[in-house]
Design a protein around this ligand. Structure first.
Ligand code: ACO
Length: 359
């Protein structure tokens, strides 16, 4: 048995490849840098899901139509749901979607986070929800539903960059959850809900909010050494660092930084925030190298995610929901890929409890 199933191969996939030693990520046969530069959210959905549902079915128009369809569910947002963290309220709304296996089910699940998250955030702020606009592409529509006004092309492109970047990543915990559920024959909504539940934990997709809390607590670059050292001295982990597979820098951290730099050029990012993040990163890497000399702990995707999403106007408690909006592509593709295998995932456990006395 290997704790955490580390290094165990539990699936064969054509969807993505994470090379942890080289720091390389391939999605749908393409290198990450090319995807981020040339593909939008709907292009990656088409790339990964078209093979399962038919290329014509997964189109920009069909996705826009699905956003309009799922909008009806925001009516269910009541005080009880609005008192929940956004990702939990979003999970409830996603649970209302039909649990099918077809393209229409997949499209509704792709559309759900993009429509539900902005609606939840606006209602939590006491503002009226904004309906989807089918003339817009996915990322632009999502930003318009959040802000109530048409986003700039730079902002829509930056959100596309983020959603594409997190669209798939090998057999991470949430994707594995999605495949386990799919192997039982349950529908895509069931797979997506299980995956979202796995994602929200702080060791997986729940880390970005705490990264921002850390930057706020540090406040100024000169406070970083003492603050970070104190965290490690108390046995706490530094959020945004370390990864199960990567032993070098997470390639998504660099790709995200590049997206952030493009947005910075438009004057839409707080320069002091970037300077603080860079100073904290340099100090954290130096401290972690001394803290765990045998375990390379490097910057992961969540670190620069927070600066990008903050600059987009998303509050920190919505970051996990946004991660889900991108990763939904991977969850659905893996669920369908697993279903083609047709075999139930059912590993063994080794019993180490008390043995009953013989009768
Ligand atoms: N800060 C301090 N110490 C760390 C960190 C960190 N960020 N990450 C790992 N370590 C230490 C562990 O305490 C452990 O020490 P030990 O052997 O003395 O117990 C050692 O390094 C090895 O850690 P593991 O737990 O075996 O590493 P694992 O592969 O299970 O963890 C994980 C990967 C969960 C991402 C971890 O690095 C972590 O908790 N990071 C902080 C949270 C975070 O940023 N999560 C987002 C990950 S990216 C994503 O999911 C999108």
């Amino acid at each position: 048995m290997k704790s955490g199933l580390e290094d165990i191969v539990a699936a064969e996939t054509r969807l993505s490849d994470v090379d942890g030693a080289a720091g390389r990520l391939v999605i749908g046969g393409l290198p990450l840098a090319r995807l981020v530069a040339e593909y939008r959210f709907e292009d990656v959905a088409h790339l990964l899901l078209g093979q399962f549902f038919g290329n014509a079915a997964i189109s920009q128009a069909a996705l826009a139509d699905a956003r309009a369809q799922v909008f009806v569910h925001v009516e269910a947002l009541d005080d009880l749901l609005l008192a929940m963290p956004p990702v939990d309220a979003m999970r409830v709304l996603l649970g209302r979607l039909e649990d099918g296996d077809d393209a229409a089910s997949a499209l509704r699940l792709l559309a759900g986070p993009a429509v539900f998250l902005p609606a939840i955030l606006r209602r939590q702020r006491g503002e009226a929800v904004v309906a989807p606009d089918q003339s817009l592409r996915h990322s632009a529509d999502m930003l318009q539903m959040l802000r109530g006004e048409r986003p700039t092309e730079e902002h829509a492109a930056a959100l596309d960059g983020y959603l594409v970047m997190v669209s798939d990543h090998g057999l991470n915990a949430s994707t594995f959850a999605s495949r386990v559920i799919a192997s039982t024959g349950a529908g895509l909504t069931s797979s997506a809900l299980a995956a979202l539940s796995a994602l929200k934990g702080p060791l997986h997709g729940g880390a970005p909010g705490p990264v921002l809390d850390m930057l706020d607590a540090i406040g100024r670059p000169e406070n970083a050494p003492a603050w970070l050292a104190n965290e490690l001295a108390h046995g706490r982990r530094l959020m945004g660092f370390g990864h199960r597979v990567y032993r070098v820098r997470d390639p998504r951290a660099d790709a995200l930084k590049a997206v952030l730099e493009r947005l910075t050029a438009t004057g839409q990012v707080d320069q002091a925030r970037i300077a603080l993040a860079e100073a904290v990163e340099a100090e954290a890497l130096a401290l972690l190298a001394r803290h765990k000399p045998d375990r390379p702990l490097r910057t992961n995707v969540d670190y620069y995610t927070v600066l990008l999403l903050e600059a987009q106007g998303f509050p920190r408690d919505s970051f996990t929901g946004l991660f889900a909006a991108g990763r939904m592509i991977g969850w659905l593709a893996h669920a369908r890929e697993q279903a083609t295998d047709g075999r139930l995932i059912r590993p063994q456990s080794r019993y180490i409890g008390p043995v009953p006395e013989a009768a």
